[in-house]
Every structure is written in structure tokens, then in C-alpha cells.
Design a protein around this ligand. Structure first.
Ligand SMILES: Cc1cc2nc3c(=O)[nH]c(=O)nc-3n(C[C@H](O)[C@H](O)[C@H](O)COP(=O)(O)OP(=O)(O)OC[C@H]3O[C@@H](n4cnc5c(N)ncnc54)[C@H](O)[C@@H]3O)c2cc1C
Length: 503
């Protein structure tokens, strides 16, 4: 059913239970946002599902008759509520009067992820399991790559349809391809973009050149797609065979990832913690977002990227809440630019550019300028190990690297400087790009994400940027230096915070 064209929910509909104070100064009772969101979801039970959010990956389109359930294969969007893929799967199951199942396929490795990111994910999934059990939805954790374990599960359990979400990186796209090959031909396989506000394939059917070219396309579609979410409800049909409780210890032991990179304390995994972080952002940091988001010494950013990356919170929910409760002034628009336009541009790039993680994926002008300057003498050359251990002559860079290793994050502004310096200090742009991606994806809690590929490609290969005045090593790629950082924020203060921390 095509969606009704509506006003974005942030601009209409249910008034928030508690309106924020002007300027966000007065503190509201903790938990106000979760209560507000629960009321909104319940009030929107009849919200239609916009079928432009889905596409069939199979020839078959009708739920297999005589089957025993509908399955949502959860991959990127690891949450129960505010998840269009699960909302769709539940509606399908209700229409067909079938039980509803959710499964997650735990592959022993995922790209560069270590136990830091995998632990965050598994602890988030524990919350998913609990929430599913309160809603009569069967949650299954399958150990192994989806292509190997999912088709057999579908056959054994006689599932009549499989719904999944959308993750435009090569490996998860391959998983979806493998599952498609293994599924019985009469079981429909449906993909829902539950991560983007405007589904990636609706926003654009090609690689967009820059934020400038995609912004208008997305903005035009927001009235249709930036709608409130209906509640995922207690499922009316109970499964004849219940899912076994997950053996989380076994799941942990099945991981074949580096366990030397510790988990971090500042980000608690799960959708509940994500909502609390969103609440604190709206109450305490959002008002400073426009003016101070490029200052690593200020708390002005949302800090939401770990939860957004693992789908423990929906970007659409975040944007709805920010619009609904945010202060007057430029911060709300500035935030929407990052959380919608820039984030969805990253998915667009990775989906439409098969070389999203190598220099060959850059524009021709950028590849040429990098080639022209490949042999320029570098002011310093550092090995990957020296970089990893924050042993460079640049204290600001070292401070950013120490923050990355210790806290699993780097401030958004410093991330650009950090990656550009790697270009300056490595023998070739190819090595610079692979080193930046390795460090980012190994240590950052939000790593292994389209945003990271695009962030590194922007910094080193000029993706979504333009050519600048030519200079050594960088060619026409935008340059950043220490003096420029000093003009923007108190660099020594940031260095003092991290440079004394031992790695
Ligand atoms: C070299 C480099 C590497 C990066 N690696 C990652 C990564 O691995 N994972 C990741 O999620 N982001 C990455 N980014 C993008 C951006 O820096 C982070 O999303 C942001 O710093 C996360 O902090 P926040 O949630 O407080 O952001 P906020 O400023 O509060 O923004 C809210 C959300 O908007 C999105 N967003 C913000 N800035 C960007 C951007 N420039 N491009 C795309 N989306 C954006 C993110 O989902 C973010 O969580 C990288 C950027 C660079 C330059």
C-alpha cells in the first residue's frame, strides 16, 4: 500500500507529553523521552506502511501457503521498535494469521570488528531477545554466516516468508545474495530499508556527486517518509514451537575476533541506553550543536553513532525527536543535515560504488591529482605501528589516536584532521586509505559503517568534495593543518586531556 503523503511527524500530530524548556535549561524528569515515544507509537497504530520502503529479492511474492511463520532476519537494524522491517514482517504475519519470528545470524567475524564492537552488538541483542519475549515474538540466534545457516532454518521451521533489512556494504550484500540462493523458490524474500529515512533506492538510483546533489532529492521526500512509527505490538499468534533461550556464553565463544581491544564504558549497549543518550542530547547538547560542533573540547554532538551504526536506535526516530523537542535556532537544521543528508549520502556512495573503500572509487580528478603527487617527498613517514601507538611528532594527532584507542571514538572534526595527516605521512594514498580504514574500523565503536568508508574517502580521496589549491602530497585534495585547528579550538587543552594517557 503506497504511503499517504503527510506532513513530517515532527511538525504535526501528537503534542509531546512534556515540552522542553526554552533553551533547554530546565531539567526534565529522567526518562521523559522514552515515555513520550511510547505514547506516540501507541497513538500511531494505524500508520500505513509505505511499500516504497521494500523490494522483493525473490521471484516469489506470495507467502507460502501451509507455512508456520514469517521470519524477520535481523541484520543491520538491531532493535524491536521503530524498525520498518519488523513492522512490515508483523503486518504480513498478522494478515496471514501466522506466528512471527526474528533471527540474527552471528558470523564469527565482521570486517575489522573486534570484541569492542561485537560485545556492544551482543549486549544490544540480549535486549532484543528480552523485548521479543514480552511480545510473543520468537527470537533465535543462529551461529554462523547467514548463507550457511538461514536457508536450513527456514526449511526446518517451515517459514512462509523472509523479511530482512538493508546494509549496503559488500559483505552483508553477499550474505543476502547467499540467502537468496539457498531459500526455497516459493518463499518470498523481501528487503526493507529500515536504516534510512528515505530508502536508499528511492532517494536516488545512482551514485550522487555530493551532498549538494542529494540534499534536494531527500528533502523533497521527507514529508512522505519522515513519519511516526507504529508500535510493534504483542503478536496475536503464538508459535507452536517456542524459540530456545539464547546461550549467550556459547555465542561469545563462537566469535573469532581480536579480544585485545577492550570494550568501552561510556556507551552502554542497547536501545534503552540509546534513548537515554538521545534524551541527554536534546536536553543538554543540541542547543550548542550549530555553534560548537567543530570544537572537540565542547560537548555539543549527539554521541549517537555507536547506536545508529548498530541499528539500536533508528535515525528516523532521532530526527523526529530532535525536530519535535529541539530548541529554536539553527541547531536542529544543522543536525538534520548530518543525521539525514550526510548519513544517507554515505549509504548512497557505498551502495552505488563497488570501489567504496579504495582509491579507484574516487573521482577521476582526485585519482589523477593523487597520482601526480604520489612521489612527492613526505615531511615525515610513519609506519602503521607507530600510528597505531600514537607515536608521531604531532601531539594533536596523537591525542586523537589515543582517544580512539581508549574510548572507541574520535570527535567528528578531529576525525578529518586525523585521516588527512595519515595521507601526509604514508608512502602512498593507497596505504594511507587502508591504514585509516584499518584504525577506524578496529577501534571505533561506530566503525565498519558506510559513514566510515565515506569519511576516510572524503579525507584522503576527495569524495563528495571539490578540488582545492594544489599543494605537495595532497595535490588538489583539501588540506588541513595544525595551525588551522588552533584557529578553531583550544588545541593545547585537547592535547593535555589525552597525551598523558598511557596506551
Ligand atoms: C575519517 C572519518 C572517519 C569516520 N568514521 C565514521 C565511522 O566509522 N562511523 C560513523 O558513523 N561515522 C564516521 N564518520 C562520520 C562522523 O565523523 C561521525 O558520524 C560522527 O563523528 C559521530 O559522532 P556523533 O554521533 O556525535 O555525531 P553527530 O554530529 O551528533 O551526528 C549525528 C549522526 O549523524 C551522522 N553523521 C554525522 N556526521 C556525519 C558525516 N560526516 N558523514 C556521515 N554521517 C554523519 C552519524 O550517524 C552521527 O551519529 C567519520 C568521519 C571521518 C572524517
Amino acid at each position: 500500500m503506497p504511503g499517504r503523503r503527510k506532513q513530517p511527524a515532527g511538525k504535526r500530530g501528537a503534542e509531546p507529553a512534556e515540552r522542553p524548556p526554552e533553551g533547554g535549561k530546565r531539567r526534565r524528569e529522567e526518562g521523559w523521552m522514552a515515555r513520550q515515544v511510547a505514547e506516540l507509537r501507541a497513538a500511531e497504530r494505524a500508520q500505513p506502511f509505505n511499500e516504497k520502503r521494500l523490494r522483493f529479492l525473490s521471484e516469489s511474492r506470495k507467502v507460502k501457503q501451509g507455512s508456520q511463520g514469517v521470519l524477520y532476519w535481523m541484520c543491520r537494524d538491531q532493535r524491536v521498535q521503530d524498525n520498518w522491517a519488523l513492522i512490515y514482517a508483523q503486518r504480513l504475519a498478522r494478515t496471514e494469521k501466522l506466528p512471527l519470528h526474528v533471527c540474527f545470524c552471528l558470523s564469527p567475524r565482521f570486517l575489522e570488528a573486534t570484541v569492542r564492537q561485537m560485545g556492544f552488538m551482543l549486549n544490544g541483542l540480549k535486549e532484543v531477545e528480552k523485548e521479543c519475549s514480552t511480545l510473543e515474538i520468537q527470537f533465535h540466534l543462529l551461529l554462523g554466516a547467514a548463507g550457511e545457516v538461514l536457508p536450513g532454518f527456514v526449511k526446518d521451521r517451515r517459514m512462509g516468508a523472509v523479511v530482512t533489512d538493508f546494509f549496503p556494504l559488500r559483505l552483508p550484500l553477499q550474505w543476502a545474495e547467499d540467502v537468496k540462493k539457498g531459500l526455497p523458490s516459493d518463499v518470498p524474500f523481501i528487503q526493507v530499508d529500515a536504516h534510512n529515512v528515505v530508502p536508499c533506492w528511492v532517494a536516488s538510483d545512482k551514485q550522487e556527486y555530493s551532498a549538494r546533489t542529494i540534499r534536494g532529492k531527500i528533502t523533497k521526500l521527507l514529508p512522505e517518509f519522515l513519519t511516526e512509527f507504529p508500535l510493534v505490538e504483542k503478536h496475536p499468534r503464538c508459535a507452536p514451537v517456542l524459540a530456545k533461550p539464547v546461550d549467550w556464553d556459547k555465542a561469545w565463544s563462537s566469535l573469532e575476533v581480536d579480544r585485545s581491544v577492550g570494550e568501552v564504558e561510556w556507551a552502554r549497549p542497547g536501545s534503552t541506553a540509546a534513548m537515554a543518550t538521545l534524551e541527554s542530547f536534546v536536553d543538554q547538547r543540541l542547543q550548542d550543536f550549530a555553534a560548537h560542533r567543530n570544537n572537540p573540547n565542547r560537548e555539543a554532538l549527539s554521541q549517537l553513532s555507536p547506536w545508529l551504526h548498530s541499528g539500536q536506535v533508528s535515525a528516523q526516530r532521532v530526527v523526529l525527536q530532535v525536530k519535535r523537542n529541539g530548541p529554536r535556532g539553527p541547531s536542529v537544521d544543522a543536525f538534520v543535515e548530518e543525521a539525514v543528508v550526510r548519513r544517507e549520502l554515505a549509504d548512497n556512495f557505498c551502495y552505488y560504488n563497488k570501489d567504496y573503500d579504495c582509491v579507484d572509487g574516487a573521482y577521476e580528478w582526485a585519482q589523477k591529482t593523487l597520482r601526480d603527487h604520489a612521489k612527492d617527498p613526505r615531511p615525515h613517514l610513519y609506519s602503521r605501528k607507530q600510528l597505531e601507538e600514537a607515536k608521531t611528532g604531532d601531539r594533536l594527532w596523537n591525542a586523537a589516536q589515543i582517544q580512539l584507542v581508549k574510548e572507541g571514538k574520535t570527535h567528528g572534526f578531529l576525525r578529518m584532521y586525523w585521516a588527512k595527516k595519515i595521507l601526509e605521512w604514508m608512502p602512498s594514498p593507497e596505504e594511507a586509505l587502508s591504514t585509516a580504514l584499518y584504525l577506524n574500523d578496529r577501534y571505533s565503536l561506530d566503525g565498519n559503517d558506510p559513514n566510515g568508508y565515506v569519511g576516510c574517502m572524503w579525507s584522503i580521496c576527495g569524495i563528495h568534495d571539490q578540488g582545492w589549491q594544489e599543494r605537495p602530497v595532497f595535490g588538489k585534495i583539501r588540506y588541513m593543518n595544525y595551525a588551522g585547528c588552533k584557529r578553531k579550538f583550544d588545541v593545547p587543552a585537547f592535547e593535555r586531556r589525552y597525551c598523558s594517557v598511557k596506551l
